[in-house]
Design a protein around this ligand. Structure first.
Ligand code: SF4
Ligand code: SF3
Length: 549
């Protein structure tokens, strides 16, 4: 096998024997096969758009399928086999429709006729695609690096697009771009500049996807407001919801009204508590349980109720808790209960509810502990006057956005130490699951402005961007002139898409860690460093001194 799509890739240069994430070579190969089949669909889907016969079912299926191949999402060969079958059926039906509509005969590229042999092992057939891109790049390592950046960026973009369409927010420009980018992977005539342009275009499209998702969240659940979230449990039966999917969280809340079950969030669902409509409608949405995704084998084992994982990051479960763990949407693992969606995209959560009622739940009330979330763009910019005053009066010297993904590597303690060392006259904004390294620290306030503000999930990078743009406008300066430094941590492919968005916006001096992506070649990194001053993190002391200089 070969995979280097995430930060924990083995030895920093690729998983070859088995995924450090727990992905087997079989699953890796069938994921490659699924992506290749989606590439075989892309030219037909683009032609359908050209002829005015777009197919929304195929657009959405493409996004959910790409999402399922992201790190720590789906480990089920059975589910990937079904997806491969489905994509080929959809492709052939669409091909027929396009040919019927076209005034002239169409000569499809060879890839559009690709057909695996379903009588034979699909994973074995997927193995051939491990080397497909480097061949397409004629061995040019820099082109290959940008091809991989593109394909991983598509996975991130597709996942945010999936979340947005679940909430009724779509823009067909994004779907068309995803097909264009998938088609580009089959081209051999693009030079380095063209690939860089494509990667930045991906960043632009991802900004749009995050904007749509923001509109979906705020449209359904209201503008986030600073909210105190209990970190303690209360007595009673319990369900824990993990991942990023607030729509699924809401569906579960609806289905558990009057059951007496208390619902807790886990991981990237902490910011859901900041949405006022969700909190008002469902008082049994109580608190947040556990810390970052990489601690789930301990946290899930201890949780005395049922658990649902709605998106990344799912770790291979231990047998001590796999019976109470369920997956929905793109997520899957062999042997775990999977709840398929009904026509409206919502599963019947009865098996989860039954499991929660059978389990003991929490037997006592725990001493209250709490944390705050909900400092999204609306909340922060509504007090922009105070912020500006505090900056002008010298009370706030600098802002740090310390955010992104978490992970198990020891090098990630950099982010905890960085936040601990941020001087008293500076403010830390955070987002993504990386916040769990310091989210419960008491950093106090500068006047009435908290020194630690949780902007939201990783996709709420959109919110952080709006805050930065809003402040830049208020100060009447460029965003790169703000007293703001971005200290980012990455792990999976959503972070790749977010990074491309920040580069598309021309954000300079981003510090990225804990290690640089293995798929970025030295020349491509040099290019990003020359153009955007993108740099690797060094030590908290050195980086703080440089940011404040
Ligand atoms: Fe390795 Fe990451 Fe790929 Fe898993 S997703 S196989 S850890 S590079
Ligand atoms: Fe985290 Fe998996 Fe990336 Fe949404 S939950 S930020 S790693």
């Amino acid at each position: 096998m070969f995979c280097e799509q995430c930060e924990q890739t083995a030895s920093g240069n690729g998983c070859h024997q088995w995924g450090a994430c727990g992905k087997s070579p079989e699953v890796n190969a069938i994921q490659d096969l699924l992506v290749y089949c989606l590439r075989s669909l892309a030219p037909i889907a683009l032609k359908a758009y050209e002829l005015g016969i777009p197919n929304r079912e195929i657009d959405r299926f493409t996004c959910e399928s790409m999402f399922s191949t992201m790190t720590n999402v789906n480990f089920s060969t059975k589910r990937f086999t079904e997806s491969v079958q489905q994509v080929l059926q959809l492709r052939e039906t669409l091909k027929q429709a396009v040919e019927n509509h076209s005034p002239t005969p169409i000569s499809w590229p060879e890839i559009c006729n690709y057909q695996p042999d379903f009588e034979e092992n699909l994973s074995e057939q997927g193995q051939q695609f491990a080397l497909d891109l480097i061949q397409k790049a004629n061995g040019n390592i820099d082109i290959y690096s940008l091809q991989l950046t593109t394909i991983y960026g598509i996975k991130g973009l597709a996942s945010y697009t999936f979340h947005a369409y679940e909430l009724g927010q779509e823009d067909e420009k994004i779907y068309q771009f995803i097909y264009e980018a998938l088609v580009a992977l089959d081209r051999q005539d693009l030079d380095l500049n063209a690939w860089v342009g494509l990667a930045l275009k991906l960043g632009e499209m991802n900004l749009r996807a995050m904007e749509l998702l923001d509109a979906g969240h705020t449209g359904h659940y209201g503008q986030p407001i600073p909210t105190t979230v209990p970190l303690n449990h209360r007595q009673g039966k319990a369900i824990l919801v993990s991942g990023h999917d607030i729509k699924q969280l809401e569906a579960l809340l609806q289905q558990t009204v009057d059951t007496g079950i208390t619902v807790y969030t886990h991981g990237e669902l902490l910011p859901a508590h900041g949405y006022p409509i969700l909190k008002q409608k469902y008082p049994h949405l109580f608190g947040h349980y556990g810390t970052a995704w990489q601690n789930q084998t301990k946290d899930f084992a201890k949780f005395p109720g049922a658990i649902i994982v709605t998106t990344n990051c799912l770790m291979p479960p231990h047998e001590t808790y796999d019976q109470k763990l369920f997956t929905v949407g793109p997520v899957g693992y062999p042997g775990l209960g999977y709840l398929p969606s009904n026509g409206d995209g919502i599963p019947d959560y009865t098996p989860v509810i039954q499991q929660a009622l059978e389990l003991p739940g929490f037997l006592d009330d725990e001493t209250p502990r709490e944390v705050k979330t909900g400092f999204a763009h609306n909340a922060v910019l509504s007090v922009a006057d105070h912020v500006i005053e505090a900056v002008k009066a010298g009370k706030i010297r600098h802002f740090f956005l310390v955010g992104g993904c978490d992970g198990a590597k020891p090098g990630r303690s950099y982010y905890t130490e960085f936040v601990e060392k941020v001087p008293q006259d500076c403010v830390v904004l955070t987002l993504g699951c990386g916040k769990f390294r310091f989210f419960d620290q008491e950093l106090g306030a500068i006047g009435n402005i908290p020194r630690l503000m949780d902007v939201g999930q990783c996709n709420d990078a959109y919110s952080a961007i709006q805050i930065a743009l809003g402040l830049a406008k208020a100060f009447d300066i460029g965003v790169n002139e703000l007293p703001l430094s971005m200290i980012l941590s990455w792990y999976e492919q959503k972070a790749v898409a977010v990074l491309l968005t920040l580069l598309y916006l021309g954000i300079q001096d981003i510090r990225l860690g804990p290690t640089l992506p293995a798929f970025i070649s030295p020349n491509v990194f040099q290019l990003l460093s020359d153009t955007y001053h993108l740099k690797a993190i060094s030590t908290p002391d050195e980086d703080l001194a440089a940011c404040l200089a």
